[in-house]
Ligand binder design. Structure first.
Ligand code: SF4
Ligand code: SF4
Length: 438
C-alpha cells in the first residue's frame, strides 16, 4: 500500500528540483522528484498501472539518493514513498518475469545475502577469476558483453582474499568509555575487511571496546531497494536479534547505505505489533562511525600524527541526505595534522553509484560519475575521502577509466593512518590487527 499521508504533504513547490541529480542532468519533470511524486500519487489512486513502462522508467531512473528529501521544506518522506512504489512495481511485474530471471533474482537477493558463507564463496570465485585474469579475458573476447557481465566486471572491487566473519569477537580498548557493536554487513564483509580492521583500531583509540555480534548479516537495504520489503524485514529481524544480545549500548556501521537502513527499522516495522518497539529501540542505538568518533573525540581529543596531503571530501548520499551527517566527517579530517581539506564542488551530488543503480541504469550512472570525476580533478586534491564503500567503488571505477591515480579512502582509513603516524613517531605502534581478518 502507498501511504497517502506522504504524498499529500507535497505542495508541488519544486524547491527540491535543483537538488535532484537526474533532474539536473535532463531538466525533465518526470525525472525529478516532483514529477515522480505526482506519478506515484496517480498510481496509488488507480490512474496508472504500476507495471506501465513509463512508470517503471520514472521510478527505475531514480537514484534513491534522497537529496530531494533533504531539500524539501514540507518534510515529504520521499525515500519511504520511493520504496513503497518499488514494492508495488515488484508485485506487479513478478508474474511476467521469466523463470531464469526469477531464479537469478532469488539467488542474488534471498540466498547470497541471507547466507554469509555463500557471499564468501562468491567472493572467492570472483577473486580466483581476477587473479587469473579471467575477467579481462571475458571482456577482451566479447564473452562478457554476450553474458551481460561487462559492467559488473568493470565495477567489481578487487577482492584481496580477506573477509570479516562476525562470530562474537571482542576487541577491548585500554581505557573504556563505551562498548559498541559493529555491523560488518554483507558485501563489506568480503570486499572491505581491511576497512573493518581499521574501524576497530580507530574505535579502540577512541576508548570504545568493540564487539561483533554473531548471527548478524545483510541489513536488508539491498532487498528493500529492489522492492522486496518482506525479505528486507526478515534480514532486519536477524540483525536486531543479534545486536540485542550483544550487550552493547551503541551499534555502529562504517557503510552509509547500511546506516540509513538500520536507522529506519522503526519505520520498516511501524505496523508490526511484535517488532515495532524492538525496531525503534534498535534504530535509536545506531550511529554512523563518523558520528560516533566525532562525539568521542570531542570529549577526548585524539593523538594523531601528520599526513601531509590535500584531501577532498565527497558526501555519500545516504550519510548527507538520509542521515543528515555532513559536519562530523569534515571535523574528523580537520583534526589530522598537516592535512589540508580542500573544497569539492557539488560534493553532495550523487556519484551515480547508488547501490546497483550503476548496473541497472548505466547511462545516467556514467553521466553522474563523469561529472563527479571532473569536480575531483578541479579540486586539485591528492586524496579523495568518502564515508561509504559504495561511493569508493563507483569513483575508483571512474578514475580508472580516466587513468587517474588518486587514492580513494574512507575517513576512518585516514584516521587510522594518522594514529599509526603518531605511534611511529613515539615508537610504540599498536598491536597488529591482522588477526582479525581471515
Ligand atoms: S517534494 Fe517537497 S520540495 Fe519537492 S515539490 Fe513537493 S513539497 Fe516541494
Ligand atoms: S531520490 Fe535523488 S534521484 Fe530520486 S527524485 Fe530524489 S533527488 Fe532525484
Amino acid at each position: 500500500m502507498i501511504d497517502a499521508a506522504i504524498f499529500d504533504r507535497c505542495v508541488s513547490c519544486g524547491l527540491c528540483l535543483p537538488a535532484c541529480p537526474t533532474y539536473q542532468e535532463t531538466m525533465t519533470e518526470t525525472l525529478g522528484p516532483r514529477g515522480r511524486i505526482s506519478l506515484i500519487k496517480a498510481m496509488a489512486l488507480g490512474e496508472l498501472e504500476p507495471d506501465s513502462p513509463g512508470f517503471q522508467a520514472t521510478i527505475g531512473g531514480c537514484l534513491g539518493c534522497r537529496a530531494c528529501e533533504a531539500a524539501c521544506p514540507s518534510g515529504v518522506a520521499y525515500g519511504e514513498l520511493l520504496e513503497q512504489a518499488r514494492e508495488r512495481i515488484e508485485h506487479a511485474v513478478v508474474p511476467s518475469r521469466s523463470l531464469p530471471k526469477r531464479m537469478i533474482r532469488t539467488l542474488l537477493l534471498r540466498d547470497i545475502f541471507a547466507h554469509p558463507w555463500m557471499l564468501r564463496a562468491s567472493a572467492a570465485i570472483a577473486r580466483f577469476g581476477q587473479r587469473l585474469g579471467l575477467d579481462r579475458l571475458l571482456v577482451l573476447t566479447g564473452v562478457a558483453r554476450l553474458l551481460g557481465l561487462e559492467r559488473a566486471i568493470a565495477l567489481a572491487p578487487r577482492f584481496d582474499g580477506t573477509s570479516f566473519v562476525a562470530k562474537g569477537q571482542r576487541f577491548a580498548a585500554h581505557r573504556v568509555s563505551k562498548t559498541v557493536a559493529l555491523h560488518v554487513g554483507c558485501i563489506a564483509s568480503v570486499a572491505f575487511a581491511k576497512l573493518h580492521e581499521a574501524t576497530i583500531r580507530v574505535l579502540n583509540h577512541a576508548h570504545c571496546t568493540v564487539v561483533v555480534p554473531a548471527g548478524q548479516g545483510c541489513c536488508g537495504a539491498i532487498a528493500a531497494h529492489a522492492g522486496e520489503r518482506t525479505d528486507a524485514r526478515e534480514r532486519a529481524k536477524a540483525v536486531i536479534a543479534a545486536f540485542e544480545s550483544s550487550g552493547a549500548s551503541i551499534y555502529v556501521t562504517n557503510v552509509a547505505g547500511c546506516g540509513a537502513a538500520l536507522k529506519e527499522y522503526g519505520t520498516w516495522f511501524a505496523h508490526d505489533a511484535e517488532w515495532s518497539e524492538r525496531a525503534r529501540t534498535f534504530s535509536a542505538a545506531v550511529r554512523d562511525i563518523t558520528e560516533l568518533l566525532d562525539e568521542q573525540f570531542a570529549a577526548s581529543p585524539p593523538k594523531l600524527g601528520p599526513l601531509k596531503c590535500s584531501v577532498a571530501y565527497q558526501d555519500p548520499c545516504h550519510l548527507a541526505h538520509a542521515q543528515r551527517i555532513t559536519a562530523a566527517p569534515r571535523r574528523l579530517l580537520e583534526m589530522i595534522p598537516a592535512m589540508t581539506l580542500v573544497p569539492l564542488r557539488e560534493s553532495s551530488l550523487c556519484c551515480g553509484g547508488a547501490g546497483v543503480y550503476n548496473l541497472t541504469q548505466p547511462d545516467m550512472s556514467d553521466r553522474l560519475r563523469a561529472r563527479k570525476i571532473e569536480t575531483i580533478i578541479e579540486s586539485g586534491a591528492q586524496v579523495l575521502a568518502t564515508a561509504n564503500p559504495g561511493c569508493a567503488i563507483q569513483i575508483e571505477a571512474g578514475l580508472r577509466e580516466r587513468t587517474l591515480r588518486l587514492p580513494v579512502m574512507h575517513v576512518v582509513e585516514l584516521l587510522d593512518e594518522a594514529f599509526s603516524a603518531y605511534d611511529a613517531s613515539t615508537r610504540s605502534r599498536p598491536a597488529s590487527a591482522s588477526a582479525m581478518v581471515r
